[in-house]
Design a protein around this ligand. Structure first.
Ligand code: SF4
Length: 281
C-alpha cells in the first residue's frame, strides 16, 4: 500500500474565502490517500482511493473525522481544482483505474462535477457518501451514492425532504454522456443505541427498493475529542477496542432481529478492525 498523502499546506483563511467566492471549481481538500479498501457500506472491501473534502454542515456528537469538519483545521486543508485532485489520484493509483471515494466532512457542499467527468473519462469510478442534507445535480454523474442519514444519538435532526432531494438529484439530466447511466444508491445507517435502530428501520421501510446497510458507530470517537491537541491515535493493536467493537456488532445483530428487520445488511467498520482509528488508510 502506498504511504498516505495528507495535504497540510497552510493557507491564509482570507485567501481561501476569496477563492471560494470567485472560483467555484476550487474544492477544499482535507486529504487524498490510498489505494486502500472501502471499509463500509455497499462497496466494502473494494480497492479505492479516498478524496476527503473539508467542511461539514453537521456537528455529530460521535463524529470520528473532526479534522475534516471543524474550522480549527481549515489551515490544514488545501484548495485544489479538479485536475490537481485527479493528478494525485493518478499518482497514487499509478494510472490503474479503480474506485474513487468522495468523503468528508460533507462532500456534497462542494462541486465535484469536473473531477468526476475527468476521472470517468480515464476509466475511474466514483462513489460518494453524504448525510443527505444537501443535494446537487452532479449526483447523477456518480457511479455509487451512499446516503447516510444521521440518527438521533448524533444530536442532529434528520429531514426526510433532504433525502428525497438527493434521490431526485440522482435522476437529473446532467448525465448526457450515457443515457443509460444509473447511480447505484444505498442507505447506510450508523447507530449508537436501540432508539437509533428503530429510527433507521422506519426510514428504510419507506424505501424497500434501496439496499440498506447498518453498522455500530465508533463509540470511542467524539467531535469534542478533536478540540484538543491530539488528533489521531492508532488503536490497531488494541485488543480491548476490538473486543468492544465485536460486542457492539453482536448487540446490533440482536437488535435488528428483535425488530424482525430482515432487509438490512449488518456490517463492521472493516478499516477500524484492520487499522483502528489511524488516519490515511
Ligand atoms: S459524522 Fe459525518 S456528517 Fe456528522 S459531523 Fe462528522 S463528517 Fe459531518
Amino acid at each position: 500500500m502506498n504511504a498516505p498523502l495528507i495535504i497540510q499546506k497552510p493557507l491564509q483563511r482570507q485567501y481561501l474565502r476569496e477563492q471560494e467566492g470567485t472560483n467555484s471549481a476550487l474544492i477544499s481538500i482535507c486529504e487524498i490517500f490510498g489505494p486502500t479498501i472501502q471499509g463500509e457500506g455497499a462497496l466494502i472491501g473494494m480497492p479505492t482511493v479516498f478524496v476527503r473534502s473539508g467542511g461539514c454542515d453537521y456537528r455529530c456528537s460521535w463524529c470520528d473525522t473532526g479534522y475534516a469538519v471543524l474550522p480549527k483545521f481549515e489551515d490544514q486543508w488545501q484548495m485544489m481544482d479538479a485536475q490537481s485532485i485527479f493528478n494525485e489520484i493518478e499518482k497514487l493509483s499509478k494510472g490503474h483505474p479503480l474506485w474513487v471515494t468522495l468523503s468528508g466532512g460533507n462532500p456534497a457542499m462542494h462541486d465535484f462535477e469536473a473531477l468526476i467527468r475527468l476521472g470517468q473519462s480515464k476509466g475511474y469510478q466514483f462513489s460518494m457518501e453524504t448525510q443527505a442534507s444537501i443535494s446537487k445535480p452532479w449526483f447523477s454523474l456518480l457511479d455509487q451514492l451512499t446516503l447516510s442519514p444521521k440518527p438521533p444519538s448524533t444530536g442532529m435532526s434528520f429531514k426526510i425532504r433532504g433525502l428525497e432531494r438527493c434521490l431526485e438529484a440522482c435522476q437529473s439530466d446532467l448525465c448526457e454522456i450515457d443515457g443509460d447511466h444509473q447511480v447505484d444508491v444505498s442507505l447506510k445507517f450508523v447507530v449508537a443505541d436501540e432508539s437509533d435502530v428503530k429510527w433507521a428501520k422506519a426510514i428504510a421501510d419507506q424505501y424497500p427498493n434501496i439496499p440498506s446497510f447498518i453498522q455500530p458507530c465508533n463509540t470511542q470517537a467524539s467531535l469534542e475529542g478533536f478540540e484538543g491537541d491530539v488528533i489521531h491515535e492508532s488503536s490497531a493493536n488494541d485488543c480491548d477496542n476490538k473486543d468492544k467493537d465485536q460486542q457492539r456488532l453482536l448487540w446490533l445483530i440482536e437488535a435488528i432481529q428483535t425488530l424482525h428487520w430482515h432487509k438490512v445488511r449488518v456490517l463492521p467498520q472493516l478499516h477500524r478492525w484492520l487499522w483502528g482509528d489511524q488516519a490515511g488508510v
